[in-house]
Design a protein. Structure first.
Length: 123
């Protein structure tokens, strides 16, 4: 039961961070980049639901990492797997606005560290 609570708290933390960063703070960057590509930035409710699933999967993966590694190792591994790999893929697809990275990198590091902290404290 504690594991489930930790994972759900972690997923909520991740979801809130993702929403605020991408839909509030960086929304203009995303929209402008997609418009320059002749696309519309996907922000329909179904897209939010998929991000919720991503956050839950990220929380579950982080939970298993946290069982084996200490706080900083968990945060670093989770950050690399959750963000660096995602940015490589969407950068390769040309849908990553590189101008967001000075904000997104440190923010995502804090997000991964917070997720690892929640997992360590609650699980």
């Amino acid at each position: 039961m504690r594991a489930l609570l930790a994972i759900l708290a972690c997923a909520a933390w991740i979801s809130i961070n993702e929403f605020v960063r991408n839909q509030v703070v960086l929304a203009h960057h995303w929209s402008a980049h997609y418009a320059a590509l002749g696309l519309t930035f996907p922000s329909a409710p179904i897209n939010g639901a998929v991000w919720g699933i991503w956050a839950l999967c990220f929380a579950v993966a982080s939970f298993f990492i946290a069982r084996r590694f200490n706080l900083l190792e968990t945060a670093a591994l989770a950050w690399f797997m959750g963000f660096v790999l995602m940015w490589l893929v969407i950068g390769n697809m040309a849908v990553l606005p590189y101008g967001i990275l000075p904000i997104a990198i440190p923010w995502s590091m804090v997000e991964a560290l917070g997720a690892a902290y929640l997992l360590k404290k609650l699980a």
